[in-house]
Design a protein around this ligand. Structure first.
Ligand code: PLP
Length: 381
């Protein structure tokens, strides 16, 4: 893989005067994590190694309690722990598909999914989200892309970077396609805790084998603790086989560390504190963005239902996202992502993280408005 000119410029910039609105690692965003969290992993029993490919039962029980919401019970035997959501994807791909078979995933979207699919020698088939309010799936194009080799349909709720999710009738329609084509449904819910209002309806279709993904990297803002989960659902016979085969895949790696599993119940007790701390940050920064001077320059902030990212769209004529992102870096030491990195319509979008501390975020917005204003005046890039 070759670095593009943007990543080369980013690497060259001294970090002292840089404002980074691409930072999505919560551990680098100045959050005041509860002090007790740092002591949890030092509990008794962390030296004891009791390998279990599905994850320690006590950890899965704690997680099942945490994930059970009214009307939707999660059982420990339907959970498999992994060392990160990416690993969870990979286990599912290996379970469901043979080399060359197809995984359908949303585009625009976080670039990771395509790489994961290809690393497992599967065929990455993006399905288009239409660039209008709510980013609905383009049903016609999606149906046309289905084939006998279609094995997995990935949906991301809330989606990264649009922060939206498909409405209940569209989700039901997608599940219907899964039932028809014998595809598994993967619901990536890593950002579910960061729904701004009510979360999306839980997915439900008793005919479809489905996998919900989540993890401590987002739920606890602790990407370095490397614990994620898969929650399985489906017709009992299919589910029983999936459980057994996933266990076989996981047994080959046994990748989740014991200390984090042993402490999972205690860790999750802090989830509400982390959630409200991060949500407050994200909502506050979003408000600053919506009130910033870029609006007066004709830029549009896209509405979202959740997540850590924001999309801003250039007024007609100013579009050239990579040129703008490079200019922001050179002239204002400000890092933002060009939308094309996420497969957004070339040229129209910039993507920014809502996680940085508010004072840094506002400084970034000032630099953004100043530089976009000067680009407007001079007509560059
Ligand atoms: C939508 C989505 N899914 C999965 C991941 C990977 O999560 P993890 O850090 O748990 O591997 C990310 C990372 O940001 C993501 O944005």
């Amino acid at each position: 893989m070759m670095p593009n000119s943007y990543s080369v410029s980013l690497d060259r910039l001294p970090s002292t005067d840089r404002v980074d609105l691409t930072e999505t690692n919560p551990s680098r965003c100045g959050f005041a994590y509860p002090q007790e969290l740092t002591r949890i992993l030092a509990g008794p029993g962390i030296l004891d190694y009791r390998p279990d490919p599905r994850g320690l039962l006590e950890a899965r029980r704690a997680l099942a309690r945490h994930l059970t919401v009214s009307g939707k019970v999660v059982e420990p035997e339907d959970i498999l722990l992994t060392a990160g959501t990416s690993e969870g994807y990979s286990h599912i791909f290996r379970l469901m598909a043979d080399p060359g078979q197809a995984v359908h995933y949303p585009m625009p979207g976080y670039p990771l999914i395509e790489y994961l699919v290809r690393l497992d020698s599967l065929r990455a088939v993006p399905y288009r989200l239409r660039g209008e309010v709510g980013w609905p799936i383009d049903r016609g194009r999606f149906e046309a892309s289905l084939s006998r080799d279609s094995r997995v349909l990935v949906d991301i709720r809330p989606h990264n970077p649009t922060g939206t999710w498909q409405d209940p009738s569209t989700t039901a329609w997608m599940l219907e396609r899964c039932a028809e084509h014998d595809m598994a449904f993967v619901s990536d819910e890593v950002f579910l805790d960061y729904s701004y209002d009510l979360p999306p309806e839980p997915i439900r279709d008793p005919r479809v084998l489905s996998f919900r993904l989540g993890g401590l990297s987002k739920t606890m803002g602790l990407p370095g603790w490397k614990l994620s989960w898969i929650v399985m659902e489906g017709p009992e016979d299919v589910l029983a086989e999936a459980r057994e085969r996933l266990e076989f895949v996981a047994d080959a790696y046994l990748s989740v560390g014991t200390p984090v599993q042993t402490a999972l119940g205690e860790i999750l007790a802090f989830a509400p504190i982390i959630r409200s701390m991060v949500l407050e940050r994200v909502k506050g920064n979003r408000k600053s963005l919506e009130n910033s001077a870029i609006i007066g320059l004709g830029w549009r902030v896209w509405q979202a239902q959740g997540g850590w990212m924001a999309l801003i769209e250039a007024p007609p004529g100013d579009d050239h996202d990579e040129g703008i992102a490079e200019m922001l870096l050179e002239r204002a030491s400000l890092a933002v992502h060009p939308g094309s990195l996420y497969g957004l319509d070339p040229g129209r979008f910039l993507v920014i993280s809502l996680l940085p501390p508010p004072e840094i975020f506002r400084m970034g917005l000032e630099r953004l408005a100043e530089t976009l204003g000067s680009i407007r005046r001079t007509g560059a890039p």
